[in-house]
Design a binder for this molecule. Structure first.
Ligand SMILES: Cc1cc2nc3c(=O)[nH]c(=O)nc-3n(C[C@H](O)[C@H](O)[C@H](O)COP(=O)(O)OP(=O)(O)OC[C@H]3O[C@@H](n4cnc5c(N)ncnc54)[C@H](O)[C@@H]3O)c2cc1C
Length: 416
């Protein structure tokens, strides 16, 4: 590859795609590198993990996104190091690429906090591979339970009651309630259980009290056994052990307990703050490193009032668009501007027709079908024009009315 690039973008998630797209449109020569050939849509991963959506509905080829973008070159390769002084990145196959500006938008990965057995026996849910791995293992566990003439039970334990844990526990409970009777014997549903555990005293800790209470009530109504206020001390192949000595049987254990920045940040030598992320300057550049931007889940980003923003798709997307403006200013020798975040609020899907949404900076509370519609509207925007996925999203309301659930094929054997 002998082109000269003005900007290298590491990571084709919400942040990386947004910055590359905006710069490419303005004629800036961009090299976008991702270890995968696709852009994944994390908010829908739990639907794949519960065999409701196929892989092509939660991921889109990067080459398709940038088809026709003559200034953006897509490269599929794993970045292993970033030399922030030379603004040079090295990939796993030993190649090196240099540019005037490097954008690190490499996202995050599961943080197991050193809990024994959590990494070995827990299923994280942060990538398409994770979702397929979990979905295939769930199907294998269901098939095993179906064959079990002794009427043995199936237990799914979700660790972490933030939005990912709540959405996953809700979706597994719905799978048990609506999918199993359609595809397996109805009696299997009675033998299948979902547990949700967290060391914090509430589900959806960052949400308002009313949203937390609504989410918990609805999860319990769907049969989820919620255990809060006690941490996990160990995960084994058969069970989850809590700090107070409680043992919960676990055939499938989902880890939704926390995130940290991926290894690229440590390899770059940039100072790491909370969650291993880079505490970026208000203009999204990395402190003490000229020409380096860090975006999305790889960064600790604050709003104009200095409040730390959460790891959300909308923060990543907006940081990508804003960084593009500042990079254009850099290239034109103009001053950069501090990032201004447009706060759309928080939302989480609890289950069929039940969601919680806290809209905008004023946190207008919504629950139920209205919140589901708000969730839908925000996520259609995040899907950035991918027709296929918008179709997947808009088919949900009718699924909610008819109780029908699909049971998709996942192209991988289970982990065991
Ligand atoms: C299960 C789940 C559900 C979520 N639901 C919501 C939701 O409902 N609403 C919401 O707003 N947010 C949600 N989020 C959060 C949101 O998805 C993230 O905040 C957002 O994806 C972060 O975007 P990003 O571009 O920073 O990173 P990512 O989207 O993670 O993209 C990072 C990219 O970098 C690539 N990469 C990583 N390391 C390397 C390397 N070494 N070399 C090359 N490429 C590399 C990865 O392959 C990936 O494509 C959810 C997250 C999860 C995990």
């Amino acid at each position: 590859m002998d082109e000269n690039f003005e900007v290298i973008v590491v990571g084709g998630g919400f942040a990386g795609v947004a910055v590359a797209r905006e710069l490419g449109r303005k004629g800036v020569r961009v090299l976008l590198i991702d270890k995968n050939s696709y852009h994944q849509f994390q908010p829908l991963l739990y639907q794949t993990a519960t065999v409701q959506l196929g892989v092509s509905e939660v991921a889109r080829p990067l080459r398709d996104i940038f088809r026709g973008h003559q200034h953006v070159r897509v490269l599929v390769s794993e970045v292993t190091s970033v030399d922030t002084e030379a603004r040079q990145i090295t990939t796993a196959d030993g190649r090196a690429y240099q540019a005037r500006i490097v954008v690190i938008a490499s996202g995050a990965e599961a943080n197991f906090f050193g809990i024994p057995g959590a990494q070995e026996h827990g299923f994280p849910l942060y990538s398409v591979e994770d979702a397929v791995d979990l979905g295939s293992s769930l199907v294998a566990a269901l098939e095993r339970a179906d064959k079990d003439d002794d009427g043995g039970e199936l237990h799914v334990v979700v660790i972490g009651a933030g939005p990912t844990g709540v959405e996953t526990a809700g979706a597994v409970a719905e799978t048990i309630r609506y999918v199993l009777p359609q595809y397996f014997s109805p009696e299997l549903a009675a033998r299948s259980h979902v547990h949700l555990v967290d060391m914090l005293p509430d589900v959806l800790n960052a949400f308002a009290a009313r949203s937390k209470a609504y989410a918990r009530r609805n999860l319990e109504r769907m049969g989820v056994k919620v255990k809060l206020g006690v941490g996990v001390s160990e995960v084994t192949p058969e069970k989850v052990v809590l700090v107070d000595g409680t043992e919960i049987p676990g055939d499938i254990v989902v880890w939704a307990g926390g995130l940290k920045a991926g290894p690229i940040i440590a390899a770059s030598g940039l100072a790491q703050g909370r969650g291993g992320r880079v505490d970026v300057n208000p203009d999204l550049t990395a402190p003490g490193a000229e020409g380096i931007y860090v975006l999305g889940d790889a960064a600790n980003i604050t709003d104009t009032r200095g409040t730390l923003l959460p790891q959300l798709g909308s923060v990543a997307l907006q940081s990508g668009k804003w960084a593009a403006k500042n990079i254009l200013a850099d290239l034109a020798g103009q001053p950069r501007e501090p990032f201004k975040y447009v706060d759309k609020g928080y939302m989480a899907m609890v289950g069929r027709g039940s969601a919680v949404a806290e809209i905008g900076r004023k946190r207008i509370l919504m629950t139920g079908p209205l919140a589901f519609l708000a969730w839908l509207a925000v996520h259609v925007v995040l899907l950035s024009g991918s027709l296929q996925k918008i179709r997947a999203l808009v088919s949900w309301p009718s699924d909610f009315l008819t109780h029908r659930r699909s049971y998709v094929l996942l192209p991988r054997e289970s982990r065991d």
